[in-house]
Design a protein around this ligand. Sequence first.
Ligand SMILES: Nc1ncnc2c1ncn2[C@@H]1O[C@H](COP(=O)(O)OP(=O)(O)OP(=O)(O)O)[C@@H](O)[C@H]1O
Length: 809
Amino acid sequence: MIYWARFVTKDTEDQLNPSPDSRGDLWDSSHTPDSEIAETSRRERQKALDSIESSLRPGQDAMGKWKGGRLAVSAVPGAGKSTGMAAAAALAIARHQLNPQRQLIVVTFTRAAASNIRAKIRQHLNNLSISPVGFVVNTLHGLALYIATNHPALSGLDLENATLVVPTSSHRLIRACVEQWITHNPRLYETLIEGCQFDSEETERWRRRSVLRTEVLPELALKVIHEAKSSGLTPDQLRRLGEKIPDDYQIMNIAAGLYDNYQELLQKQQLIDYDEMILGALRVLENPQIRQSWQQRVFAVFEDEAQDSTPLQNQLIEILAQDSGNNSDLANLNLVRVGDSNQAINSTFTPADPVYFRQFCENCEALGRLATMDRAGRSNQIIIKAANFVLKWVNDKFSEFPELPFRAQDIRPVDPDDPQKNANPEPHGQGVEIYQPESIYDTVNLIFKRIFSIFQQHPEGSFAILVRENRQGEFIAKALRQPQEYEVEVNLSDYPITIFDAYESARQSHIPREMLQLLQFIHRPHSPNYLKAALKVLSDRHRIPNQDFNILAAQPEQFLYPGPLSPPQSENVSRCRQLCCSLIKARFELPVYELISFLALALQYEKSELASADKLATRISQHTAGNQTLSAMLTTLDEIVSSEKFDTIETDEENSDDSIFTRPGQVTIITMHKAKGLDWDYVFLPFLHEKNIPGNLRVNPQKRFLGDFTLPEVARAQIRAYLHNYQQLPDITTAWEQAKYLKNAEEYRLLYVAMTRAKRLLWMSAAQLAPYSWRKPENQQKQAPCPVVTALKTEFPHNFISRSYNEDN
Ligand SMILES: Nc1ncnc2c1ncn2[C@@H]1O[C@H](COP(=O)(O)OP(=O)(O)OP(=O)(O)O)[C@@H](O)[C@H]1O
């Protein structure tokens, strides 16, 4: 199907199956058999090998010297993990004369990182005059998919007929498995409706049903299925786990039922999710002959960002890295894993957990095969001090907890004779600067002025503004585009500074979903689910006042067409009704192909959003050519939303390498999560408020009838405890407390990652006034700063900056 191209990329094909011309032709110089030329090229190659080896700093050289077996490298941010791994890969390829029949597999977490490492390895091989055919760089999913699709009968993945889905809680697949569960489990459903405070009033029961159907159960399904599936757990294992935990709601039993339905629907509808790719590859490798042939082909596996992989991904890597003659013996793994558990920032929304990498490090340590690198040349010394302070401060704060958020490890500057040029550079300004502007408007004004003044002195510098959530990035991007409206005194677009808003396109990925939800509603206005989803879209886009939509959605007929005897509607409800009715009317008055443009205008999209909506409309009409009906349009749109990321007008960052984010003379606006692995000369971290960092798990008031916790988080903490072999499985209250701890710990690690991206200046701020929700940035109120900001201010008083300093520098 069309969507697979994104994963089985031409690159993967070419790397694993190079063209006949390149097979076995490892040394480019081999077509110069003349002995003199051969000797010269041998000497040159040796010189190039020596030069790679001598470019490695202590710690990296453990990777460079690796000759086989297991090796763990645990290193601080900026120590040179990725750089060292690329060099070590080139050295291994050269030393062992790897070729298409015996390859080194390098895996990493994102496609951008994979393309970055691939480019570095190719560069080294080029210097060594070696053809780039002895290695493959891929993401774990890309690799798994490649294995699975090469053996469709064994993996069960039939790409000709299957479609990849990336479910969300409003995805039709998740909705369908919830509806099936409700039909087959009336008693458990009733227990949930009654909740912890029984209310016999009928309207309240309708409201609770709506909350359960459209929010609680879909969210539980989404979280638990992914968690269990990518940890290799089956629905029956979840059921058995549930039997060990006393719980009136039987959360784990519900989760198991949802998981069963999900798997059944996935199969019936020939859909595949990301976890299925890994499971498919593992099924292939269960076959002894095929496993052996893969193992013979794989010389070794090198994994970067190893703290981010899940248990099933680890299993896949370990199978591939085994010596084909010694399948049962894990000691024979040819596996280098490089990571930093202090930078684990995916564990609250994926089953990745730093604990697995820590265990690998401990096992390697026992074998004398652990290298640690605590020296890093990226940042100036004051940034290093601040990052070390934060790590210690956070660990002290959590000292009573059984686990600490960070492994206690200070970053140290490199030695003066380090191979890195300009290592630990001189600080710009104070090196670390902490601000407490009055408002978020004041914040962007300060940032833009500071960027402008630095740019005048260093036009070649790289700048980044890192945000915690996409909406903050949107706010900054708008302030850049319309400085007057945001009371910003400097218009950066008047100067030759490039602005790269990395998430413009990601932010626009809401467009197909919003269009789908509105079109589903106008197609079937009497469906409570569709009505509620449409009301939510309209409220998110500020077209109607926010309110509890469950009550309105519970009785669509009464809401949309109130009779003369119906109770009068409030002003707010009546505004919602008018807008909804005008959308329904458009369905009958406009041709189908004009509906998307109409809805885009109704949502008051901006110019670039309108362009993306038009592009979407064109794409749909191409797909539905000849069948201009609303049903056909909905089918195509549904497929787009559930199976691919719609490319908006902007560039698709996934296909680019890291360098587009870090170009000289460019200001990049990007989230803290996506900034991982990258670095810039000047890094700005605005809006550091306690509400976000460390944040808190909140129970939405509409869901409080179930208790003061959320079902998905509780279930997830219980599964995690089971996977990590906790002595006692946590009950609901304990599991909720554990979930809160995990969230806080991860937020602090995210801040640490963000801080350690900076080379010359780290600029941090917490505005006194900030919005509670970034959906409405204009609604500012007093916001407490992130506690780390307060602690840094006390510890580094000279780095707390007054406005006048900023203006003079
Ligand atoms: N041996 C070296 N010689 C010269 N420069 C180096 C060396 N090792 C690392 N660097 C430089 O140090 C910086 C950090 O390196 P790299 O990105 O590989 O670190 P990392 O450990 O992967 O960082 P993080 O974990 O924070 O993503 C880069 O600018 C890189 O070019």
